[in-house]
Design a protein around this ligand. Structure first.
Ligand SMILES: O=C(CO)[C@H](O)[C@H](O)COP(=O)(O)O
Length: 220
């Protein structure tokens, strides 16, 4: 079985000590850094922009998994590639020509991800699933860390996994929002491959142990 991935979300890091928190992830058993970009338009919050991603790139020694919660993401594909993004995930709800956007991301050498808001039906991806490297299912409403996990997520993950298997696609399923040790195993059983965890990791007293335990749960 493919190893399940833990992706700590830097949104919950201490920005005054960002390098320290990046080193924690470097030294942990997590495989990816999850990096949330919010524009205050697609979501009602602004996180951080290019200079911060550039700074992260200087210290991060693992895959940079960038999640764009912005309108018209095509404008910034080349820029995020130049800033070191390995995966670039855009929102289904923010794209008029999803297929074209995915091609543009891949043309820059990045894995192409599509994120779905909690209200967006996974079946909408049926005709394009083979072109998607990662589907990110939002298990909270995008925009803020520290929210409660939406229980309907399990049903969405199961339906998406079924679609992927039916079409022999290679697509990975990523879950973002409210992930903790309470829901990790059930999410993996439903079909998840990647767990993003922000508050659960960075608000923990022992971050290295918390990441290790989450990874063990995901791979048990
Ligand atoms: O995309 C996000 C918010 O839009 C965050 O990555 C997500 O909420 C993770 O944070 P937490 O684990 O604290 O819920």
């Amino acid at each position: 079985m493919r190893e399940k991935i833990i992706a700590p979300s830097l949104l919950a890091a201490d920005f005054a000590n960002l390098q320290r928190d990046i080193e924690t992830v470097n030294n942990s058993e997590a495989q990816w850094f999850h990096i949330d970009i919010m524009d205050g338009v697609f979501v009602p919050n602004i996180s951080f922009g290019m200079p911060v991603v550039n700074a992260i790139n200087k210290h991060a020694k693992k895959t940079m998994d960038v999640h764009l919660m912005i309108v018209d993401p095509d404008r910034y594909i080349k820029e995020f590639a130049a800033l070191g993004a390995n995966n670039l995930t855009i929102h289904y709800e923010a794209c008029t020509h999803l297929h074209r956007t995915l091609q543009a991301i891949k043309a820059e050498g990045m894995k192409a991800g599509v994120a779905l808001n909690p209200h967006t039906n996974v079946d909408l991806l049926k005709d394009i699933i083979k072109d998607i490297d990662i589907v990110l299912i939002m298990s909270v409403n995008p925009g803020f860390g520290g929210q409660s996990f939406i229980e309907n997520t399990y049903t969405k993950v199961r339906r998406l996994k079924e679609m992927i298997l039916n079409q022999n696609a290679e697509t990975l399923i990523e879950i973002d929002g409210g992930v903790t040790n309470k829901n990790a195993e059930k999410l993996i059983k439903a079909g998840a491959d990647i767990l993003v965890a922000g508050s659960y990791v960075f608000k923990a007293e022992n971050q290295l142990e918390t990441i290790k335990d989450l990874k063990n749960l995901a791979n048990s």
